[in-house]
Design a protein around this ligand. Structure first.
Ligand code: NAD
Length: 249
């Protein structure tokens, strides 16, 4: 029970990595605010946690709006009395366009959610944790380190998350707030559903991974839980790849 008496917010908690992390935090004793744009899946995650005798609530959020993220943090602190862990995890893909064909709106939306959403989460949660300390975890991607085709705004936003993690860690250290990041490789979730729909394409993509398979959301959630816990008390400002080594070659 690494998170007994801890309060955690997980954005993107309705699905994939966020859902697995919300469930993991709750199993280990945390009171979890499941925050997501999608109320159906967010409510379902909170209900699943409660069914397993955990403590959870669903709050709607659009991380691309600062007002929405600020209100999420305020409501969470009102409900559970404080905030210990902020998992800035919500994110979207960018469709299949080259940089030359990229619709301007698509670029702005990807950056608004993946990059600005993390800034808003750091700002709102950091202010809420100033007197108590805490941990902020940001979901980047191996695409914050290495380039692929047709991923221009995704790269722009995830590369920014890597440096925002370092920058915020430096500034928030004085408040005893650690800021760390996770950079997943290929993980079997809805965000890659476009690739998963075509079995041949999916097999080919999986084959290109270090050990020929995608990771599971739980394999990423395990690392998030470790980083959020006191076991990682001397880990700060870095972004850790959870990619079976994909970004190393
Ligand atoms: P997912 O699609 O299963 O989950 C993303 C969740 O974010 C969804 O529940 C969605 O409703 C929510 N969301 C989207 N826009 C939002 C918004 N504006 N406000 C609030 N919630 C919003 O995908 P996932 O793989 O679990 O994604 C989680 C994070 O992991 C993302 O940041 C993604 O970029 C990152 N990531 C995923 C992979 C992968 O291969 N799956 C690889 C690297 C990084």
């Amino acid at each position: 029970m690494r998170f007994a008496d801890k309060v955690a917010i997980v954005t993107g908690g309705g699905s994939g990595i966020g859902r697995a992390a919300a469930e993991k935090f709750a199993r280990e004793g945390a009171k979890v605010v499941v925050a997501d744009l999608n109320s159906e899946s967010g409510t379902a995650t909170a209900a699943a946690i409660k069914e397993q005798k955990g403590e959870a609530a669903y709050f709607p959020v659009d991380v691309s709006s600062y007002e929405s993220v600020q209100s999420l943090v305020q409501q969470s602190v009102e409900l559970y009395g404080k905030l210990d862990i902020m998992f800035n995890n919500a994110g979207i893909g960018n469709g299949q366009y080259t940089v030359l064909d990229m619709p301007i709106e698509q670029y702005h939306r990807t950056v608004a959610v993946n990059q600005h959403g993390v800034f808003y989460g750091i700002k709102a949660a950091g202010n809420a944790m100033k007197d108590t300390g805490g941990v902020i975890i940001n979901t980047a991607s191996i695409y914050g380190f290495i380039a692929d085709r047709k991923q221009f705004p995704y790269h722009a936003s995830k590369g920014a998350v890597v440096m925002m993690t370092k920058s915020a860690a430096l500034e928030l250290a004085r408040y005893n707030i650690r800021v760390v990041g996770i950079a997943p490789g290929l993980i079997e979730t809805n965000i890659v559903s476009e690739w998963r729909q075509n079995e041949a394409v999916w097999k080919q993509i999986e084959k290109a991974q270090m050990r020929g398979k995608a990771g599971t959301p739980e394999e990423v959630a395990n690392v998030a839980a470790f980083l959020a816990s006191d076991e990682a008390s001397f880990m700060n400002g870095h972004v850790f790849c959870v990619d079976d080594g994909s970004a190393s070659f």
